[in-house]
Design a binder for this molecule. Structure first.
Ligand code: DGL
Length: 263
């Protein structure tokens, strides 16, 4: 592949704050790269929408980021990856990667044979994880469960409350009872609740968050080519002050460059 323009930013998008979990790992892996993050906060959640709607939203987000001169797109949303990755890859003239395949690879590396996947309704219905895991190893058992309430809990900044803990118990007990040994956080919002999830599952399962493996994949594509000062720019489609607060808490830094956009 021809080398990518060193100074152009990498675009990262999600329905809201969830993709920040991926953004953080890309920044850790590639501190010299400029990044533009787009959270479609006006239309979150994507997980309850039809695949057709998620494809339309994803194309709109991608086109907006293309106008900002990105050299690569990371779809930091499992729901959008499951519904729209092939369309985005066919439509955009730049490399586009999603988060499902890196999550599946990380699960295969850890499991002893029984994987649980918690994700949005859209991702669960698509069976994107089951398909990706079975492509790598058809003998692994995959149990997929929707955990939609984790998304508003993360968006509200309620990840570490007793409410989140009770919701986690309801969602996770069937997977604990089923003897799952590895749990995939199949929605990029869920790592924000990782501490709460870990308290509920204890050491009964290994936890997989695809952010790290996705970041390693990004690095393998862009290389270590960045020069100059890395810039981070954040775009949201609504409620920028709410985003600023949650993003600042999650990334442990001030969010200075934040812009409200319409897609
Ligand atoms: N963070 C997204 C995902 O990874 C979607 C959450 C939502 O908007 O429902 O699936």
């Amino acid at each position: 592949m021809a080398s990518l323009p060193a100074e152009a930013p990498i675009g990262v998008f999600d329905s809201g704050v969830g993709g920040l979990t991926v953004f953080r790992e890309i920044h850790r892996a590639l501190p010299g790269e400029s990044l533009i993050y787009l959270g479609d906060s006006a239309r979150v959640p994507y997980g309850t929408k039809s695949p057709q709607t998620v494809v339309r939203y994803s194309l709109e987000a991608a086109n907006h980021l293309m106008q900002r001169g990105i050299k690569m797109l990371v779809v930091a949303c499992n729901t959008a990856t499951a519904a729209a990755l092939p369309t985005l890859q066919e439509t955009l003239p730049i490399p586009v990667i999603g988060v499902v395949e890196p999550g599946a690879r990380a699960a295969i590396a850890k499991t002893r044979g029984r994987v649980g996947v918690i994700a949005t309704e859209g991702t669960v219905k698509s069976h994107a994880y089951r398909k990706a895991i079975h492509t790598l190893d058809p003998n692994v058992e995959v149990l997929e469960c929707a955990a939609p309430l984790f998304v508003p809990l993360a968006e509200e900044g309620w990840a570490n409350t007793h409410v989140a803990r009770e919701v986690a118990e309801v969602y996770l007990e069937p997977l604990i009872d089923a003897g799952v040994d590895t749990l995939v956080l199949g929605c990029t919002h869920y790592p924000i609740l990782r501490g709460t999830i870990e308290k509920v599952v204890g050491d009964s399962m290994a936890i997989v968050d695809s952010a790290e493996t996705t970041a390693a994949w990004v690095k393998s594509i862009v290389g270590d080519s960045a020069r100059g000062e890395a810039e981070h720019h954040f775009l949201v489609t609504d409620a920028e002050e709410r985003f600023r607060k949650i993003a600042a808490e999650f990334l442990s830094r001030d969010i200075e460059s934040l812009e409200l956009v319409s897609l």
